[in-house]
Design a protein around this ligand. Structure first.
Ligand SMILES: [Zn+2]
Length: 72
């Protein structure tokens, strides 16, 4: 998964996040990629924070997609 934007041949950083699904709590190891410039910056921290807060595992994401198809 890519965090932020990576421009052309910019140097990149690979890192791992310990993600927990916000719905079922399942632990998912996340292999992430970002640009070297962005890594560790304030907006990077915010984005990671936000990403974690909204993270859904594959199963819950599928369920959500199915639920969204059902009209109320
Ligand atoms: Zn889940």
């Amino acid at each position: 998964m890519i965090i932020g934007a990576i421009n052309g041949d910019e140097p990149t950083v690979r890192f791992n996040l310990n993600l927990n699904c916000t719905k079922c709590g399942k632990k998912v190891p996340g292999g992430m990629l970002t640009s070297e410039k962005y890594y560790g910056s304030y907006s990077f921290m915010l984005e990671i924070d936000n990403f974690k807060k909204n993270y859904l595992c594959g199963k819950c994401r599928d369920k959500k997609r199915i639920n969204e198809k059902i009209p109320n």
